[in-house]
Design a protein around this ligand. Sequence first.
Ligand SMILES: Cc1ncc(COP(=O)(O)O)c(C=O)c1O
Length: 466
Amino acid sequence: MALHGKQPEKRRRPIVGATSPIFCRAGTAGDLPHGSIPQHPIDPDTAAQLIADELMLDGNARLNLATFVSTWMEPQARELMSMTFDKNMIDKDEYPRTADIEMRCVSILSRLWNSPDHEQATGCSTTGSSEAAMLSGMALKWRWRDRMRAQGKPVDRPNMVMGANVQVCWEKFARYWDVEARLVPMEGERYNLTGDEVVKYCDENTIGVVTVLGSTFDGSYEPVADICARLDRLQAETGLDVPVHVDGASGGFIAPFIDPELVWDFRLPRVQSINASGHKYGLVYPGVGWAIWRNPEALPDDLVFHVNYLGGDMPTFALNFSRPGNHVVAQYYNFVRLGFEGFREVQQAARDVAMHVAAEIGKMDAFRLLTDGSELPVFAFTIADGIDTFTVFDVSRVLREKGWLVPAYSFPENRQDLAALRIVVRNGFDRDLADLLVNDIRAAAEYLAQLTAPLPPDPAPHNFHH
Ligand SMILES: Cc1ncc(COP(=O)(O)O)c(C=O)c1O
């Protein structure tokens, strides 16, 4: 039998990275600068872990009832999106199939919005409804300017008429493009635009009226057909022909599926353009919107750029040049995957849940409903009359402790006295979660009702933006 002696110990060089525990590696000891680029690289796993850990402190997106933007997509859609992260939407010659998919989406939406057969709708994808608003607003301004110049009239004082409830993107449009924003104030219990109000604000310098299908404040639809009819009368009485743009950021993907009898779209000849956010009820993750014009005449040719340095002639109307193509692919996936009937079921389920939660909140003594989720699957509610020991802001704060992000906000000019909470129900927020939310709202109200004095001010108030 062989006898063995003690072997000399092999000297091991420390291997840094793969074998050292992740939270002991370079970069995890608090030595990573935040506001400047670090001098040296670190291990990719460490970098990813560090950032993922910090993001744990963000709110949970699925519990974010403030946002209209999709927070859930099917795994197949996520997979498709990650396969196509590298596609730049502008490289239409290089990615002709992606370009074709964008065109198909434009065609699908123009049909969905009832573009008349004899008219050739035209449109494009955007980064969201805000960019779509800029493009649609510019088209209105350019057309108005052409009309005025043709009559030899001055073109230095354009205005746009809209409700005070418009999303901030329209105020941005007006400021950035030097257009006076004529905001029709809310009045009493009227929280959005009406035909009778609109005509009081229109004159020959009005480039157009923006009406919202699905107000950001309370989820209610504006009466687009009534507004158009009232503008028809104005034209008959005064000759003023004021075009209408419909901001269907959310409603453009809701009404066609579950309110087919509602006439709000290109069936109304006065409607010249419509925008919608693919990333809201178009059910895509944030990054895609749509702008569709009634016909090519509604989009002045001098706004369209033709570039050929990527090969081929490429007409574009966009603020950005480069833009992700994978969101457009995901939009098309949703159309193919769900079809009309699938979209109808998804949107109806969201409305059912919204109306259920609204009805439950309506039964609580602490609250008064402003809307009930029967238009957009979105509703707003406020504190019941006679309660002055707590506010909507306190309710929002207490709910946050349970993980729910429910925004509280004041209404605009003329109704700034009114503060409300708003709940946006989206795909992925099912009846089970909804019932848990209802219980937590009830518990929050009961807790706050016991207070004998108001809560001290929130040291870090959360400002929700529309
Ligand atoms: C009615 C309305 N218009 C425009 C926008 C802006 O849309 P996006 O976030 O897609 O730019 C929103 C966003 O909530 C909205 O509700």
